[in-house]
Design a protein. Structure first.
Length: 298
């Protein structure tokens, strides 16, 4: 389908221009691409109330995680801890001294649990009351409920701020990045991940790509180019943009494969069952999630 250009009343979240183009895939008609900087975004945004409703308890135990949320976030803890350890290895390459770390969008607090066990002083903030309650009460992780701007952290108090799969959810990503910058000490690090709409997997799988979620959930879709631009506009010097994977449960992998390659999934699913590997994790990196490390510019 040919793309058409149009004026959107909502300006681009990155460069503020208002000329957009439709995407060639008719199943992605709810999205558009900024004609100036290339940022892909939802055509209409939910209001603050609707946003909060997305992140209720069910978000972390979703009946349809291909469209929204997670299958069972709590059950996947052992996988998330493994992934957290890999991500901390990356962070510690740039920030070997284990100082004060803030995780924005900390969910149930598993990343912070791993960071704390490695000697980091940790704090977390999340829009989900349910998630923060879990982090506080079950893990003893200090976490606050709300958006970052409501959390009231002291400026200049963190060595590292992390945002795992967050900036694609927030209505004003550059503002959140700028705010995080003020919370960092001079020379502090911002480390984030976000689905890569420019990846080969995203292009090959089209509307079925796992990065494409309900319009209320993912408001933006970044690429290497646009995530770099967002970091620069937020007041950072990007140091590294790579792709990172996740440790996933084998049975989850079988379910996801079913969406893409049904015969292979059937074989794998059977194998997982027969071999009792339903609690086994495997590291998967389809190179469709970006990890960016950036330093606060002074
Ligand atoms: Zn733009």
């Amino acid at each position: 389908m040919p793309t058409t250009r149009f004026e959107n009343p909502r300006p681009c979240g990155l460069c503020q221009n208002t000329v957009f183009e439709t995407l060639p895939n008719p199943r992605l008609a709810h999205l558009c691409r900024c004609a100036t900087c290339g940022l892909v975004q939802a055509r209409t945004f939910p209001d603050a109330d609707a946003l909060r409703k997305v992140y209720r308890e069910e978000y972390f135990k979703s009946a349809d995680s291909a469209s929204t949320g997670y299958d069972d976030y709590e059950r996947d803890r052992y996988c998330i801890l493994k992934t957290a350890a890999r991500r901390l290895d990356t962070i510690e390459r740039f920030s070997p001294t284990r100082g004060h770390l803030l995780d924005v969008g900390c969910a149930l607090g598993f990343f912070l649990e791993e960071a704390k066990s490695r000697g980091w002083q940790v704090d977390g903030v999340d829009i989900s009351e349910h998630a923060v309650k879990f982090a506080n009460e079950r893990l003893g992780i200090p976490a606050r409920v709300g958006m970052l701007e409501e959390a009231g952290y002291e400026p200049g108090s963190f060595d590292v701020v992390t945002m795992w799969d967050v900036i694609e959810h927030v209505p004003a990503p550059v503002s959140v990045l700028s705010l995080a910058r003020t919370l960092l000490k001079p020379g502090g690090l911002l480390v984030l991940s976000t689905p890569d709409v420019g990846s080969t997997v995203a292009k090959l799988t089209g509307a079925r790509w796992m990065g494409f979620k309900l319009a209320e959930e993912h408001l933006y879709y970044f690429s290497r180019k646009t995530v770099t631009l967002a970091l620069e506009k937020g007041g950072y010097q990007p140091l590294e943009v790579t792709s990172i994977g996740k440790d996933v449960a084998l049975d989850f992998l079988a379910r996801r494969l079913r969406m893409y390659v049904p015969p292979l999934a059937a074989v794998l699913g059977k194998g997982v069952e027969v071999m009792g590997l339903d609690r086994a994790a495997v590291y998967v990196n389809p190179r469709d999630i970006l990890c960016a490390v950036a330093r606060r510019r002074d």
